[in-house]
Design a protein around this ligand. Structure first.
Ligand code: CP
Ligand code: NVA
Length: 304
């Protein structure tokens, strides 16, 4: 049966562990599985712009011996030129996998429902599982299985939602500070909390960003204005007073706390140059790891 990756919860803990083992091998030797996806194709159906997700999937398919076909916002016109159902049914017959970047989360869910081929969520308004997985891989590279404190400060968006799902699945402790009205998705949070209870890990909302990052090993942030929310920029920016990741905020964390950001960053908004470019910032490592982890995902879902 085909397997999709719509949310990190589609993977068991053991599958995530396997995925990370594979990613580690691929990182060491990028061409070690050079012919594994020979003759296979991957469609990238993207309604939003992308640098990391698009390029890492395209490069990843090439390095595994397959081919990626990019279909931008003006080509497929998901749900406008054609229903999501029909796009899924047709594409699913041509290609061996689909990566979808959509506004509505339900569109990725429907693509998966109606496509014969596996569907990977390459970011929806609700979740960003490829990012979450690759960030947890990066965290494991730095800390192994050690108990650490991850502190997320900023908008309770798709990236935080996926970090909550992934952290709880792996039993990692995560604290978050989000302004009123910008909390993570209620249903995602409640499910992640149940999973965290089972795995004896902590998910904790902390109102004060300074308190949230206190003694943290990692400070993570993401943009305050996600793709699709640009028209609300002015009013949104006002909500985040005190939430910028800058030297002052970082001084509350452990001295060697690592700085994470999924990128793209809006420098001067959620994070300043000094912190983003500091020696403790691992944002480009995070970006690189998208390639290695997604290659492992492709092998798991398309490899047969
Ligand atoms: N982090 C991330 O998904 O980047 P892109 O939007 O550039 O793909
Ligand atoms: N939260 C951001 C992530 C970009 C990778 C967005 O959805 O625009």
């Amino acid at each position: 049966m085909k397997k999709n990756l719509i949310s990190i919860k589609d993977l068991t803990k053991n599958e995530i562990i396997e995925l990370f083992k594979f990613a580690k091998i691929l990182k060491k030797n990028p061409l070690s599985k050079a012919n594994s996806l020979k003759g296979k194709t991957l469609a990238l159906v993207f309604q939003k712009p992308s640098n990391r997700t698009r390029v890492s999937f395209e490069v990843g398919m090439f390095q595994l011996g397959g081919k990626a076909i990019y279909l931008g916002p003006d080509e497929v016109k998901l749900g406008v030129r054609e229903s999501v159902k029909d796009v899924a049914r047709v594409l699913g017959r041509y290609v061996n996998g689909i990566v979808a970047r959509t506004f509505k989360h339900d569109d990725v869910v429907d693509l998966a429902k109606f496509s014969w081929s596996p569907v990977i969520n390459g970011l929806s308004d609700l979740l960003h599982p490829c990012q979450g997985l690759s960030d947890l891989f990066t965290i494991e590279e730095h800390f192994g299985k050690k108990k650490i404190k991850i502190a997320f400060v900023g908008d309770g968006n798709n990236v935080l939602n996926s970090l909550l799902v992934g952290s709880s699945a792996l039993g990692r402790d995560i604290y978050f500070s989000t302004p009123k009205g910008c909390e993570p998705d209620k249903a995602v949070l409640s499910e992640a909390r149940k999973c965290a209870d089972k795995n004896k890990s902590i998910i904790q909302k902390v109102d004060d960003p300074k308190e949230c990052v206190k003694d943290a090993d990692i400070i993570y942030t993401d943009v305050w204005v996600s793709m699709g929310k640009e028209s609300k920029k002015e009013e949104r920016l006002k909500l985040f007073n005190g939430y910028q990741v800058n030297k002052d905020l970082v001084s509350n964390a452990k001295e060697d706390a690592l700085i994470m950001h999924c990128l793209p960053a809006h420098r001067g908004e959620e994070i300043d140059d000094e912190v983003l470019d500091s020696k403790n910032s691992i944002v480009y490592e995070q970006a690189e790891n998208r390639l290695h982890v997604q290659k492992a995902i492709l092998l798991m879902l398309l490899g047969g």
